[in-house]
Ligand binder design. Structure first.
Ligand SMILES: Nc1ncnc2c1ncn2[C@@H]1O[C@H](COP(=O)(O)OP(=O)(O)O)[C@@H](O)[C@H]1O
Ligand SMILES: [Mg+2]
Length: 297
């Protein structure tokens, strides 16, 4: 089986690329290949101008990678972790201490710096991880699902940091399962499904295709849904049938669309069992961009 196929993209300096996809979509494989941890069987990729195959050590010198699993030593303090890693990168003891202190301060970790990482919250751990990634002053940062497992406050804090780093000119490639995260952070979004790119767009364009909200109409029987789709199409509202629930899902922009859609199915005397208006999710991206039932998880 191919983990990735026909994936092609470019990211400029100081830009944030969001790689959006479910579990198993190929996000980690993509990060592993670009960060030279895994060799692709075919295809080419360049990072900072260097080929990942022939210029691996040049690439590694210019990147920072935060995987889903932290590389920190739980038994050491945050400061000790950073000093140790800085020393491994060739810094003198004094340089390492200074750089560690600087990064800990930048990430609001000064107070916790002397405590063992074991006692850190998920958000603090993730910030320490990120600080460790920056020790080598990378030009490109790869962050594999940085917000997974974080509470909303820690998430926001992380997002602010990521934006700040991009503002300093660091290119960020981050993977996520959350549409809202990609929309909030990324300059460009690559949607991966089963190892393929199903969309490559700006968040604004993606939003336009998805609508600002999603209307879900559930009917007692499948033919009701089919009939509703036809009728809605006549109104210029393009919905899809969700194969899992049998519900009709359509992107809508504001209350006017919702009222028009509900009125139309009512005119057809179709019995609506349930009406729901929600923010679009990754599910809706797959459903809307790829049509019903074409994307397997
Ligand atoms: N080295 C590899 N070679 C081939 N297939 C792999 C390799 N590593 C992972 N896979 C498969 O590739 C798919 C994508 O995995 P992964 O990149 O981990 O997805 P994600 O990070 O989006 O959850 C999975 O089906 C996985 O089993
Ligand atoms: Mg992964």
């Amino acid at each position: 089986m191919r983990a990735l196929a026909d994936v092609s993209f470019a990211v400029g300096p100081g830009r944030i690329l969001g790689v959006l996809g479910h579990n198993g979509a190929g996000k980690t494989t993509l990060v592993d290949i670009l960060s030279t941890r895994v060799r692709a069987d075919a295809g080419t990729a360049r990072v900072c101008g260097w080929d990942v195959r022939s210029g691996g050590s040049q690439v590694r010198r210019r990147i920072g990678v935060a995987t889903q699993f932290t590389a920190l030593d739980d038994a050491l303090s945050g400061a000790e972790n950073l000093v140790l890693l800085a020393r491994l990168l060739g810094a003198t003891a004094k340089q390492a201490r200074e750089r560690a202190a600087e990064l800990l301060a930048a990430f609001d970790l000064t107070e916790a710096a002397g405590r063992r990482v074991k006692t850190y919250s998920g958000g603090m751990r993730r910030r320490t991880d990120l600080a460790a990634c920056l020790l080598g002053r990378p030009e490109v940062l790869f962050l594999d699902e940085p917000s997974t497992g974080l509470d909303p406050v820690a998430c926001r804090q992380l997002w602010d940091i990521i934006k700040r780093l991009a503002g300093l000119g660091i290119t960020v490639v981050l993977t996520t399962q959350y549409l809202a995260e990609a929309e909030h952070l990324a300059d460009e979004v690559l949607v991966l499904a089963a190892g393929r790119v199903v969309a490559a767009d700006t968040p604004t364009a993606l939003k336009r295709r998805l609508g600002s909200q999603q209307l879900t109409l559930t009917f007692p029987e499948a033919w009701h849904g089919d009939r509703a789709l036809q009728r809605l199409r006549g109104l210029g509202l393009r919905g899809v049938l969700d194969p899992r629930s049998g519900a009709v899902v359509l992107p809508v922009d504001g209350g006017g669309d919702v009222v028009a859609a509900v009125r139309a199915v009512d005119d057809e005397r179709l019995p609506v069992a349930r009406v729901r208006v929600t923010e679009p999710t990754l599910e809706d991206v797959y459903l809307t961009l790829h049509g019903a039932g074409q994307v397997s998880r």
